[in-house]
Design a protein. Structure first.
Length: 186
């Protein structure tokens, strides 16, 4: 769940087909980033993960005793074709979805209180999408390209977030409500 929430990859084809060999570090302008090469609904694409994703992937790696020794970076250099999200080479899409639903049910979070719909693992992708939009740190165009989706889909599912971010522009700043009330009473 933490990897999906910090990369925006789709839980199905992109997540379930991700192999360790498709994860790598790269440097740009003196900074180091983790990139995942995924293939899914919209074809092949590169995904830049949030920095904390390294910790979550390293935890997964260390669950296998044969891989536990050494650094995560050295492990990635081995370019293993093993799947990241599989157990005994079995497709775990359905199993992970059911585990996610059981967890949310235990936490009384399975259903969205606003619309009554059941939450799924795909909601982690929406969570990921909301973060950059709430801080206005990149354009919708750039973010849509990064997610491997269209601007229309971003607007349809996360558009309300962008409006909330510019509320101060729409409303005209932060008025002194006390002065408005006092002035309107004169």
């Amino acid at each position: 769940m933490l990897v999906l929430a910090n990369t925006g990859i789709r839980a199905g084809t992109e997540g379930m087909n991700l192999q360790w060999q498709y994860i790598e570090f790269f440097e740009q302008d003196g900074r180091r980033y983790l990139m995942l090469h995924v293939r899914g609904k919209t074809g092949a694409r590169e995904v830049i993960s949030r920095h904390n994703t390294v910790r979550y992937l390293d935890r997964l790696r260390r669950l296998n005793p044969a891989w536990a020794a050494g650094t995560f970076e050295d492990f990635l250099k081995r370019r293993l074709s093993d799947y990241v999200f599989r157990v005994d080479r079995k497709d775990m899409t359905t199993a992970f979805g059911k585990m996610f639903a059981r967890l949310l049910e235990r936490l009384d979070l399975l259903y969205d209180t606003r619309n009554g719909k059941q939450r799924t693992m795909y909601r982690l992708r929406h969570y990921y999408a909301i973060m950059p939009l709430t801080c206005n740190c990149m354009t919708v165009y750039k973010f849509a390209r990064h997610l491997g989706t269209s601007i229309a889909m971003i607007e349809q599912h996360q558009g309300q977030v962008e409006l909330r971010n510019i509320a101060h522009e729409i409303a005209g700043g932060w008025p002194n409500h006390r002065n408005i009330i006092l002035n309107s009473c004169k």
